[in-house]
Design a binder for this molecule. Structure first.
Ligand code: ADP
Ligand code: ZN
Length: 446
């Protein structure tokens, strides 16, 4: 179902005209109301009136995460606080969190984009929906909550965590739609298995998963284990929260960007040059309708490409590829650039392994070491007699040794890098307890 066919399936020419009008309004708004933007425009010698075409957007400077930090907490807001109905904040993995504010109109626009996401996963008014994204300052919980209500779903606001209760609610209330991080979907799937519950008996139809990077291989794993279709949703606090883009369940190939509200660009992260569709680079977003916290050419740090080809579902928007990683997630190991997602893809193609892994980077004297710690599957674990991995000195046992060698070879092929492979017994790697899972430990930074 397309929630807003007029906007989501608008002919691209008309969409362009709408975007231009909204961009001009946004530029005027920030120029008049936000000293940071006025200074940035002036420094670049541009005035809002200079924006006559969408291409003219390229004359405007970028906004960066650092600009949020320097104007912390609310220096980029374009309305007085008495018009701000709600505050959210980014997880703040590094340093001070980013504070976002929402006016009444912002909240209603956001509910709409989240409703679009749920509808594009197949949700229909009257369906029950379990929202296992964290409630609170994190945007996931409340964003989806409002989207679900707007769509006319019965929302179960369970939030992240307490996995056995999640499963009880799924069994008893029979939601068709589940939303959470992909890593938490894995935790739910694993717990179902431990509780000896048949996933098919749960009756889930679709999951809307995002907020952290995941791979196509991980999608297959989650779909098989939970007996549902999983679609990828993308968003970030600075731009709105979840609901910047989402895949359609029919095609599952790239997230439709809600371009009537968010204007996407992909740039070369080194030169700032705008790249054509199909080329991977850093995603940049300009909000077109936001009131409290408009953003102009915000550099997300997320690496992806845009796809301009038409989609079978009837939506006319550009589609985003999966996020390969964040520029700040990229590990540089002995000069080689490595994204955790490349490792995930390689590991998940090896049937003896489970989808649970951790990456540990250390530096011995001057040499970087990447240790890939990955759990073997419960089946393989039984085959090798169960106990062999408990003591890590057993890593040299024949079957184990042979598997480690094979993994090392695959990783070398994928990354062009030698790694140390450590096999873990089931349960040995960290699990998501409800939110984003941190899989990388970079000890070089400690
Ligand atoms: P934080 O940056 O502190 O994690 P947010 O909660 O705003 O704060 O998270 C937004 C970020 O999460 C995005 O910039 C992106 O890196 C990541 N993200 C969100 N959705 C996805 C997705 N579907 N795939 C990969 N990464 C995602
Ligand atoms: Zn589609």
């Amino acid at each position: 179902m397309i929630w807003n066919p007029e906007m989501e399936s608008m002919p691209r020419e008309r969409l362009g005209a709408l975007q231009l009008k909204r961009l001009q309004q946004t530029a005027r708004r920030v120029y008049e109301r936000v000293p940071f933007y006025r200074q940035a425009f002036d420094k670049h010698g541009v005035k809002p009136a200079d924006i006559r075409t969408l291409e003219d957007l390229r004359r405007l400077p970028f906004t960066r995460k650092a600009d949020f930090r320097e104007t912390y907490p609310t220096g980029l807001f374009a309305v007085p606080m008495n018009q701000v109905l709600r505050i959210h904040a980014s997880s703040g993995t590094t340093g001070k969190p980013i504070i976002a504010g929402y006016t009444r109109a912002d909240l209603s626009m956001w509910a709409e984009t989240c409703a679009r996401c749920l509808a594009s996963a197949g949700a229909q008014p009257g369906d029950t929906f379990q929202n296992a994204y964290g409630y609170g300052l994190f945007t996931g919980g409340l964003g989806f909550h409002s989207g679900g209500e707007l769509l006319g779903l019965t929302v179960i606001p369970v939030s992240g965590g307490n996995t056995e209760r999640q499963i009880l609610l799924i069994q008893d209330l029979k939601p068709k739609i589940l939303t959470c991080t992909p890593s938490y979907a894995l935790t739910i799937a694993e717990t179902i298995r431990t509780m000896a519950i048949e996933a098919a008996s749960l009756g889930l139809k679709a999951a809307v998963l995002g907020a952290e990077p995941w791979t196509e291989e991980m999608r297959k794993e989650i779909e098989a284990k939970l007996c549902l279709k999983a679609v990828n949703i993308y968003g970030l606090t600075e731009v709105i929260g979840p609901g910047v883009s989402c895949e359609c369940v029919e095609v599952q190939n790239g997230a439709h960007v809600y371009e009537d509200h968010f204007y996407p660009e992909v740039i070369d992260p080194n030169t700032g040059e705008v790249l054509p569709p199909g080329t991977r680079g850093e995603l940049v977003f300009t909000s077109l309708t936001k009131e409290a916290l408009p953003v102009l050419r915000y550099r997300t740090g997320d690496l992806a490409s845009l796809d301009a080809s038409p989609c079978g579902c009837g939506r006319t928007s550009l589609r985003m590829s999966r996020i390969v990683g964040r520029t700040d997630d990229m590990l540089i190991i002995r000069g080689v650039n490595v994204f955790p997602s490349q490792i995930e893809t390689a590991l998940m193609r090896i049937p003896e392994l489970s989808p649970h892994y951790q990456l540990v980077v250390t530096r011995e004297k001057t040499l970087d070491e990447l240790e890939v710690r990955v759990e073997v599957s419960p089946e393989f674990f039984r085959q090798i007699g169960g106990e062999i991995l408990v003591d890590e000195t057993h890593q040299a046992d024949h079957a184990v040794h042979e598997l480690r060698r094979r993994i090392g070879e695959r990783l070398r092929g994928a990354l062009n890098l030698n790694t140390t492979v450590t096999l873990l017994s089931p349960g040995g790697a960290p699990r998501s307890e409800g939110g984003k899972l941190k899989r990388v430990v970079d000890k070089r930074k400690l």
